[in-house]
Design a protein around this ligand. Structure first.
Ligand code: FES
Ligand code: FES
Length: 478
């Protein structure tokens, strides 16, 4: 028996890559509780590294077609379970029609985890502190679950059973979430208090009201991290519904909500403080929501929906046994590379130890420092949480690929030198790769944009000011 070591995955498993939803369900049914679904990996791989989970079979749905994207079907907004948190945060349709969900996604963890983490993963791990769940419950969303017996729809409010437990049975797969169209007069807000920007919530709150003149026609107040599951405070809602909006009503509803929750003491907060936060977030959320509910409905775009990307899997079911090695083909910094790997080998180890690209650094190993950030197929990835087999065929860019072939440094590298934006340099590769992605997504960021985008990249030396100045020096408004 070995102690916890987050450097590598000791745990061995078979890696399976189904080519369709049906095939994924067949595998999950066959292997039952011994199998886990791998999507973004930002939670599952961490749990495995921490030796809290030890599945014998990983069913990777990363390339299963039809599980990603946003579409409108019969007036409802249909979100594939593999749609990333970052996509939901940025999508114009979600931002205008379901701003509470977009705000929840914006508050979610680090940029790297937003890019790789999926909506299905955030619901599927059934954390009481899920950020997306309160927003989905407040909008009356349904989870669409497929299994060997067919498809069933479950209100997200009923999806959670307890900490880490949902209504999902072995063999079932969460394939999508569907939101009904918002009623006229709907306003909403998402509020969250955590220890630091990228942390799980001490308390989060999704507040949605439907306003008819000065009257509250309907209200939903949903809180996370204050009960074994995300909690809708129905008694507080009853205080509001049918009433004129007033200081007295809001104060009473907030007080009732704080009495309705059942928080615990843990490493993030005390039960007492969580109860207080529930009251404050309910109060603030109701005021913010009421203001928004009075804004005209024309703000909604008429039709702007992200199409699911054309992902296709040309190969049949792939099954790599735990004791087997396979050859993966990677394009790393423009060069074709082939490496033999076992299913439990991580991209970080392949880059550093097989390909000797040691610019990418190993820090925490569990997705908390971002020192290991690289680009995979043009998107940020924490290489300490990515299985090498799962990125077979992908294009990888590391810090060694930033400078041009003739040695000319990238403008960000030049700026980091000019602004003295590093001391020991351990975080620098991750900072540079993240900043490059930032400037691709937001070519002229504000300082707030830079600080938010880099919030997951930890630096023990510089105090961040010089790093922010360097990035602003390249892309920021002059
Ligand atoms: S080493 Fe990957 S996030 Fe810290
Ligand atoms: S420069 Fe030392 S950790 Fe950032």
């Amino acid at each position: 028996m070995h102690g916890t070591n987050t450097h590598i995955l000791f745990h061995e498993f078979d890696y399976l890559e189904p080519a369709s939803v049906e095939e994924a369900i067949g595998l999950l049914t066959h292997y039952g509780p011994e199998a886990r679904v791998l999507a973004g990996g930002t939670d599952l791989i961490v749990q495995m590294k921490m030796e809290r989970l030890a599945p014998r079979y990983l069913v990777s749905i990363g390339r299963v077609p039809g599980m990603e994207g946003i579409a409108v079907q019969d007036g409802n907004t249909h979100i594939g379970a593999r749609t990333s948190i970052r996509t939901l945060r940025n999508d114009p349709w979600i931002r205008s029609r379901y701003p509470v969900l977009a705000e929840a996604c914006a508050s979610f963890s680090t940029t790297q985890v937003q890019v790789r983490g999926t909506l299905g993963g955030n619901l599927g791990n059934a954390s009481p502190a899920s950020d997306t769940a309160p927003a989905l419950i407040a909008y009356g969303a349904e989870a669409i679950i497929r299994g060997p017996e067919g498809t069933r729809r479950v209100p997200v409010e009923e999806f959670f059973v307890g900490p880490g437990r949902s209504v999902m049975e072995p063999g079932e797969l969460l394939v999508a979430v569907e939101l009904p169209p918002p009623r006229p007069g709907t306003g909403g807000a998402f509020l969250k208090v955590g220890r630091v920007a990228a942390d799980l919530a001490k308390v989060n709150a999704a507040v949605v009201v439907i306003r008819e003149g000065d009257r509250i026609a309907d209200a939903r107040l949903v809180f996370g991290a204050v009960a074994p599951t995300p909690l809708r405070t129905r008694k507080a809602e009853a205080v509001l519904v049918g009433q004129q909006f007033s200081e007295e009503v809001v104060t009473e509803a907030a007080q009732v909500a704080s009495e309705e929750v059942s928080p615990i003491d843990d490493v993030r907060s005390t039960a007492w403080y969580r109860r207080e936060l529930t009251r404050v977030l309910a109060y603030d959320g109701l005021y913010r929501t009421w203001e928004r509910a009075s804004q005209p409905a024309e703000q909604f775009p008429t039709a702007s929906v992200a199409s699911p990307p054309a992902v296709s899997l040309s190969r049949p079911l792939r099954h790599i046994r735990a004791d087997q090695e396979v050859e993966v083909h990677l394009t790393v910094n423009g060069e074709q590379r082939r490496v033999w790997v076992a299913p439990n080998e991580l991209l970080l180890n392949v880059l550093r130890e097989r390909l000797h690209l040691t610019g990418t650094k190993y820090g925490c190993g569990i997705g908390e420092c971002s020192a290991c950030t690289v680009h995979v197929d043009g998107r940020l990835a924490l290489s300490c949480l990515v299985l090498a087999v799962a990125v077979d065929g992908s294009e990888i860019v590391t810090v060694e690929g930033l400078a041009s072939r003739d040695g000319e440094l990238h403008p960000l590298q030049e700026a980091f030198i000019r602004y003295a934006a590093f001391q020991c340099g351990y975080c620098t590769a991750g900072m540079l790769m993240t900043a490059k992605s930032l400037l691709e997504e937001i070519p002229h960021p504000t300082e707030e944009d830079v600080r938010d985008y880099l919030k997951g990249n930890l630096c023990r030396c510089t105090g961040y000011a010089a790093i922010v100045r360097a990035v602003m020096g390249v892309g920021g408004e002059k």
